[in-house]
Design a protein around this ligand. Structure first.
Ligand code: FES
Length: 158
């Protein structure tokens, strides 16, 4: 029996929709939970959500593309957000970025890497710059030595 690729569904997404009562007005919460479970929103997951919540795929696509936090592809194993707003620049953010690019052998916002460096503009930690965020954890007064340690510690949490 042949199985069409576009009929494959995501069982986890189905369970999450069910836990939300298959209510269309809980789409954002469902998307967040599915992404938390898989790390991104696959086509299969989006099809399953559309079917479960009885929402058009176009509508879901609009929501997913509108919100910056939703990812349609598997991302890096670790994303290091480095603030490059003015207060952090004044205390060495640009130097930290240059050293991080050298150390992690990547460039800011390069997507095809295991460790992604992502520019962000103010993490609300201006008095303790340069500020960095990894896995929703905020760090202040980060230099390259501290960044290496923090990054390694987060790898150990997998
Ligand atoms: S300017 Fe960097 S945390 Fe506010």
């Amino acid at each position: 029996m042949a199985t069409l690729l576009n009929t494959i569904e995501d069982a986890k997404a189905r369970d999450i929709c069910k836990a939300h009562g298959d209510k269309p007005d809980e789409l954002i919460e469902v998307l967040h939970e599915v992404q938390a479970a898989h790390g991104y929103l696959s086509d299969a997951a989006l099809r399953t959500i559309a079917q479960s919540l009885n929402i058009s795929r176009a509508e879901i696509h609009g929501v997913v593309t509108f919100y910056h936090d939703f990812k349609k592809e598997k991302g890096a194993k670790q994303t290091i957000k480095i603030c490059r707003a003015e207060a952090c620049q004044a205390v060495g953010a640009n130097e930290l970025i240059a050293e991080a690019e050298t150390h992690f052998k990547t460039k800011m916002d390069d997507k095809a890497v295991a460790i992604k460096l992502e520019a962000t503009y103010c993490l609300g930690n201006c008095a303790l710059g340069p500020a960095v965020m990894i896995d929703d954890q905020l760090y202040g007064r980060v230099d390259i030595a501290r960044l290496k340690t923090i990054s390694n510690n987060h790898k150990g949490e997998d």
